[in-house]
Design a protein. Sequence first.
Length: 298
Amino acid sequence: MTEPVIDLGALRDARARYPERITELAAQRRRRPLLGDDGRLLLVAADHPARGALGVRGDPHAMAGRDDLLRRLVVALRRPGVDGVLGTADIIEDLLLLGELDDKVVIGSMNRGGLQGATFELDDRFTGYDVPTLVALGLDGGKMLCRIDLTDAGSVATLEACGRAVTELSRNNLMAMVEPFMSQRQGDRVVNQLTAEAVVKSVGISSGLGATSARTWLKLPVVDGMEQVMAATTLPTLLLGGDPSGAPEETYALWQKAQSLPNVRGLVVGRALLYPPDGDVSAAVDAAVGTVRGGVPV
């Protein structure tokens, strides 16, 4: 992995001495349209730590080191063809202070209260960004996780909160990125149901959230039967990269195949690009760019 030259000491000092710089830099940030000429998006996700989800493949603490995570993010964001980032406020503010968000799409992660492994995991409270802050900082949208367990009453609070957020984001002309799953508890774990039938059901439920779907985008896993999944909606969709356990080449092939389906506009990928098996973030990002943009020069 090529190491970027970033001054983490200056970042820490700015946070301690000049916290007002965050809002100043947000106001100065050069913005871009959500979609470029090719109508595609590749976003790097980095909102996992705020839910206590630090693991990548066999390493339960892979994302624990903030210096290391930021270096990987900067490498990814500087690669041609990467459109932007999805993160919680702490990550977005670090990247603002490092000067890495000009001409990038920036999506704020909103609900991170369903901590991994908690008894309340499915009561996914909105503990991150709210809509007024997204608007004030000039960000481009808000993302929400919407896990639905038909046997867990906590799911209804999540649905209500997501519906409210979708409405408020649309009223402020911001993307509402909804990541839905039909989920269930298996022992002490929450497991997402990754069949085409389950994803279709989650698509139907999440597409109807809010008073309008005009600015709703879906973020969906790649499963067997994606043709059936994408036939269930007209909403623009980004595919979820997840934490693949197979060979990277197999993962890229699945992503690329799904890119040709109706409504699919690109990828949102975090761990698979930031922590590839061989450690080469640049190569992993470039391969993802190729799947999204089909080898078109960027």
